[in-house]
Design a protein around this ligand. Structure first.
Ligand code: HEM
Length: 420
């Protein structure tokens, strides 16, 4: 997504402090959110030409109303204006709107076709595989005494799991990683034209690869999600066409990888930055599930996503015109004092941590929430069990990912003394 405002300055007050691409902003997130709740719960950012919604209740008002707040075209504004990028995309299957980029009633069909693969029951069947993968990854670095946890653990764990769900060979994980990174980067703001072109080529490459796999499954079906997508039917509805299938696979990769990777890094960092938390978890692993929720609340991997108004609306005291782009700042809703007591404190025993908005809500509620929760819990269980003396590396602080709405680490160096 690009800055379509024509650069009319940073605004004033909270709007002036809102700049997710400035590393300084990332250091004071909760202060900016609290100031917004107090001074301007819905504000316009002239820098990014977006209305930012920060209060828990206002975010829910939007999530419950896909008629006035549409998800169609909410994430690909730049492409509407960029001929060259559009032409490249057209050389593949174009950009078909499914799931996260479409509204009911079309959305109901896509969701209905894929929901059953991600129910808690189906997801829990993967527990043994996820745990074995986590342990295998730890085996590979545990004798080294230190590692970059993002690269050796937080990234390969969800990637391996989603590859398994899709039925793709492990050998292709590095290509997956590149495509996932590229697909996520496309959603950021202010990308130079040359980079947009490269990323569009990457989308087409990804589509061709999966088209090849789908063709293989047409000839020899397997027990995997690609075969399921080919066979998916809802009564009275047309089967998915190839563009729709590719769009859904693309969303599973984008939505399922970087997000869970970021969550694992954020959780470990939140725990290690206050050793007592880490030790409390090691002493009582039954806290793991709620620790995952509290980490999602405090440091949402997806800080906020977008909607477009279909008519003029009033929200949080602001009058917003038709056709305006909104960012639902889930991360800000998650520290709203009217919903969470002492909202800026990390509390692993908080009774309502899971009321956070890190997975969105309403019809677009995260399809992979059960899977992400399971992977994150297993990550905590295996790390605390096998490396209880895990710690930061003093002279190598963690480094954040630079992105408009993702919050995670690029590097998270950690060390330990004992071998396990
Ligand atoms: C910690 C990990 C994750 C986070 C923080 C996260 C966050 C989100 C959020 C905020 C939304 C709502 C989108 C909106 O507001 O429009 C969403 C939707 C979605 N997520 Fe996740 N997600 C995670 C993991 C996953 C996983 C593991 C998968 C799949 C394997 C997945 C697949 C999806 C899909 C397909 C949607 C679109 C659903 C729809 O529009 O009906 N996500 N996710």
């Amino acid at each position: 997504m690009s800055n379509t405002s024509g650069g009319s300055g940073h605004g004033t007050g909270v709007a002036a402090r809102y700049n997710p691409l400035d590393p300084e902003y990332g250091k004071h997130l909760h202060e900016v959110f609290t100031a917004a709740h107090r001074e301007a719960p819905v504000f316009f950012s002239p820098l990014y030409n977006v209305w930012v919604v920060t209060r828990y209740d206002d975010i829910w008002t939007v999530l419950r109303d896909p008629v006035r707040f549409s998800s169609t075209l909410s994430t690909n504004v730049a492409e509407k204006e960029n001929r060259e990028v559009l032409d490249i995309l057209k050389s593949g299957w174009g950009q078909v709107s499914t799931l996260v980029t479409c509204d009911p009633p079309a959305h109901n069909r896509y969701r209905g076709l894929i929901n059953k693969a991600f129910t808690p029951r189906r997801v829990n069947e993967r527990e043994a595989f996820i745990r074995a993968t986590a342990n295998r990854l730890i085996d590979a670095f545990i004798d080294d005494g230190e590692t970059d946890l993002m690269w050796s653990f937080a990234y390969p764990l969800p990637m391996t799991v989603i590859a398994d769900i899709l039925g793709v060979a492990d050998d292709d994980l590095d290509r997956f990683k590149k495509w996932t990174d590229d697909l996520v980067e496309r959603l950021s703001f202010d990308l130079p034209h040359a980079r947009q072109v490269e990323l569009a080529h990457s989308v087409v490459e990804f589509q061709r690869y999966f088209d090849g796999l789908l063709k293989q499954r047409e000839e020899s079906p397997r027990d995997d999600m690609l075969t399921d997508l080919l066979n998916a039917r809802l009564e009275g509805e047309a089967p998915l066409n190839r563009g729709e299938m590719l769009s859904m696979i693309q969303q599973l990769l984008v939505a399922g990888n970087e997000t869970t990777t970021a969550l694992i890094g954020n959780m470990v960092s939140l725990l290690l930055s206050n050793r007592e938390r880490w030790e409390a978890l090691c002493a009582d692993i039954s806290l793991a599930a709620n620790t995952v929720e509290e980490a999602l609340r405090m440091e949402a991997p997806v800080q906020g996503l977008f909607r477009v108004t279909t008519q003029e609306v009033e929200l949080g005291g602001a009058k917003i015109p038709e056709g305006a782009q909104l960012q639902l700042l889930y991360a800000a809703g998650n520290v709203d004092e009217s919903e969470f007591e002492k909202a800026r404190e990390f509390d692993m025993k908080r009774p309502n941590s899971a009321a956070h908005l890190a997975f969105g809500g309403g019809v677009h509620f995260c399809l992979g929430a059960s899977l992400a929760r399971l992977e994150a819990r297993i990550a905590l269980e295996t790390l605390t069990e096998r490396i209880p003396d895990l710690d930061f590396v003093e002279d190598r602080p963690p480094q954040r990912v630079a992105h408009f709405f993702m919050r995670g680490f690029q590097h998270l160096p950690v060390r330990w003394g004992a071998k396990g």
